[in-house]
Design a protein around this ligand. Structure first.
Ligand code: HEM
Ligand SMILES: [Cu+2]
Length: 612
């Protein structure tokens, strides 16, 4: 019950982590099934329809429901601590964001047991995703599930923007913020501008599919290419929503374990801003083969290649940070150092794809699959592993085992390169993506076999990680405030895990790497910026959970509103929008409760703090 009503950012972080872990597991299983099907030519393990559903759900689940919540988990766990705040700006909204995200994800995955999953790819291109070619409710689960989950992400993003703008401790100017706080800030800004695009797109597609509108229906005067534009105006910024937090994590882990300050801090900040800005200018590089014409293709080619410049700046900055440092290869640092070459390879194939004429060859082949897995898995997922191992003691009070951590790293990274390196060649040799099988004697057989074995090895790496979590959870929670001993930022100045109010006294920040600065000045801790006083805390509440349940019910109700049921009663309930109305009633009722009932929270008094 405590977990259903919590508004504490540290607990919401753990909720996000569990939810992300669950969906990541589901997405991972789907990936293994896809790889089993492709292990040999003309395999009959899966039929074409199931294969299409699996690739669609794998991509959608991994991007929207797998990695996003783990990113949010780390942001929630770390950001308020790093900026010296007692919570996020809107704790209530934080809980609401999580629950809407979770119920959207559950709705999407219900499709497996309610008449078939979406099968039009994670990009849901029209006309493939219109009722003409996707007649089941699959794509409706996609549009409505993502709509609800996306609402949660948008709420989360706005919350972090407000938190970072208004809640920084005294002395923490923008240019003294830790890099992870910076990337969270910029990522949240991208969320704010990119998610509305997909929201609109999903609404239009829902209208086409359920209400018979014609936005994307050529026969009705619509335009299917419009969907591609809307999707990628969101979709390309989305990939930066994914990678920038990883950049932030790497920029925290590498200096800590090199015992040196981050090289080129201000160039890192400006590179991040520049990447975010350019990220909105390049969407049509996903559409070179759509027929936009040479002028558009040329412009989008050039703007895409420009992104490699700020990205390269970052890569060199990380290398120069390690240069001459006393580098310790702990598990988090292994992941961070492994990230650099792996991610760079993904960037290099990105620049290759950015060349429009060459992309006519690469497009829709395994080359593209190799590219984006190098950036997303070799970049983001390695970054998340680094961050999870690094901040685990802060989140749970226990250090993950170093031995198992290293096993996780080596099996995962070797498995990763086995799986995806060969796919570059498969793509260049002409193997098409999103096709459920291939003919023998095209020299595809061996490389696909290697790829499937590699995928199995990555699975083994995940098992090591889970075993590590399980064994760690049985150890006593005795992690020190600064368990890595070289912590540089504010989160390492308070207990692991922190008390619910985080900071007994808000610290005074005197420079970049505030804690490191005090350490080198010979101080044990931070100088407080306020006397010990009464601390204002937000109250726990069930309302965010109820609001999300309401939207979930309304979504399901709307999806089936035009169906004919064998039972009279069901037809009556759904066709007259009674289920939808009921769901909205729960949501709006809870909103009304929230507005009418004044909740001033509660206080922790100084006397109570003394005992702690
Ligand atoms: C130097 C930076 C990068 C460049 C120049 C670049 C370029 C490209 C291009 C041109 C494509 C389209 C290929 C095609 O469909 O024919 C593409 C696809 C893709 N990229 Fe990147 N990219 C870069 C970084 C990233 C990053 C950082 C991520 C994610 C974290 C990412 C994720 C993706 C994804 C998911 C796709 C495939 C989308 C799909 O068709 O399903 N890319 N990239
Ligand atoms: Cu892109």
């Amino acid at each position: 019950m405590d977990w259903l009503t919590t508004v504490d950012h540290k607990k919401i972080a753990i909720l996000y982590l569990w939810a992300g872990g669950l969906f990541f597991g589901i997405g991972g299983l789907e990936a293994i099934l896809i790889r089993i099907q492709l292990i040999k030519p003309m395999n009959t393990f899966l039929d074409a329809q199931t294969f299409n559903e699996l690739i669609t759900m794998h991509g959608t689940t991994m991007i929207f429901l797998g990695v996003m919540p783990v990113i949010f988990a780390l942001m929630n766990a770390v950001i308020p601590l790093q900026i010296g705040a007692r919570d996020v700006a809107f704790p209530f909204l934080n809980a609401l964001g999580f629950w809407t995200f979770l119920f959207g994800g559950i709705l999407l995955n219900l499709s497996w047991i309610m008449g078939g999953a979406p099968d039009a790819g994670w990009t849901s291109y029209t006309p493939l995703s219109t009722t003409t070619y996707s007649a089941t409710h699959g794509v409706d689960f996609y549009t409505i599930g993502l709509q609800i989950a996306g609402l949660g992400t948008l709420i989360g993003g706005i919350n972090f923007l407000a938190t970072i703008i208004t809640m920084r401790a005294p002395g923490m100017s923008y240019m003294r913020m830790p890099m992870f706080a910076w990337t969270t800030f910029i990522t949240s800004a991208i969320i704010l501008f990119a998610f509305p695009a997909i929201t609109v797109g999903l609404v239009l597609l829902t209208f086409d599919r359920i209400l018979g509108a014609n936005f994307f229906e050529v026969g009705g005067g619509g335009n299917p290419v419009l969907w591609q534009h809307i999707f990628w105006i969101f979709g390309h910024p989305e990939v930066y929503i994914l990678i920038l937090p990883a950049f932030g994590i790497i920029s925290e882990v590498i200096p800590t374990f090199a015992r040196k300050r981050l090289f080129g801090y201000s160039s890192m900040v400006f590179a991040t801003i520049l990447i975010a800005f350019l990220g909105f200018m390049v969407w049509a590089h996903h559409m070179f083969t759509t027929g936009l014409g040479p002028v558009a293709n040329a412009l989008f080619s050039v703007s895409t290649m420009l992104i490699a410049v700020p990205t390269g700046i970052k890569i060199f900055n990380w290398l120069f940070t390690m240069w001459g440092g006393q580098v310790r290869f702990t598990t988090p640092n292994l992941f961070a150092v492994g990230f650099i070459p792996t991610f760079t390879m993904g960037g290099v194939t990105g620049v290759m794809l950015a060349s429009a004429p060459a992309d006519f060859q690469f497009h829709d082949t395994y080359f593209v699959v190799a590219h984006f897995h190098y950036v997303i898995v070799g970049g983001l997922v390695l970054g998340l592993f680094a961050g999870l191992h690094y901040w685990w003691p802060k989140m749970f009070g226990r250090m993950l085992g170093e031995g198992l951590g290293k096993w996780t790293f080596w099996t995962f990274i070797i498995g990763f390169h086995m799986t995806f390196f060969v796919q570059h060649f498969l793509g260049l040799m002409g193997m098409q993506r999103r096709v459920f099988t291939y003919l023998p004697n095209q020299q595809f057989d061996l490389l696909n076999l290697i790829s499937t074995i590699g995928a199995g090895l990555m699975g083994v790496g995940m098992l090591f990680f889970l075993a590590n979590i399980f064994l760690t959870s049985r150890k006593p929670a005795d992690a020190a405030n600064d368990p890595w001993e070289d912590g540089r930022t504010l989160e390492w100045t308070i207990p692991s895990p922190p008390p619910e109010y985080n900071f007994k006294q808000t610290p005074l920040v005197r420079g970049i790497d505030a804690f490191w600065k005090e350490k080198t000045a010979g101080h044990k801790g931070m100088t407080p910026s306020e006397p010990v006083g009464s601390i204002h805390m937000p109250s726990a509440t069930i309302l965010p959970f109820l609001m999300s349940v309401g939207i979930f019910i309304a979504g399901l109700g709307f999806m089936f509103s035009r169906d004919t049921f064998s039972s009279e009663a069901l037809s009556f309930l759904f066709n007259n929008y009674i289920v939808t109305g009921l769901g909205l009633l729960i949501t709006f009722g809870s909103m009304l409760m929230r507005s009418l009932y004044d909740d001033h929270g509660w206080h922790i008094e100084p006397e109570e703090l003394e005992g702690r």
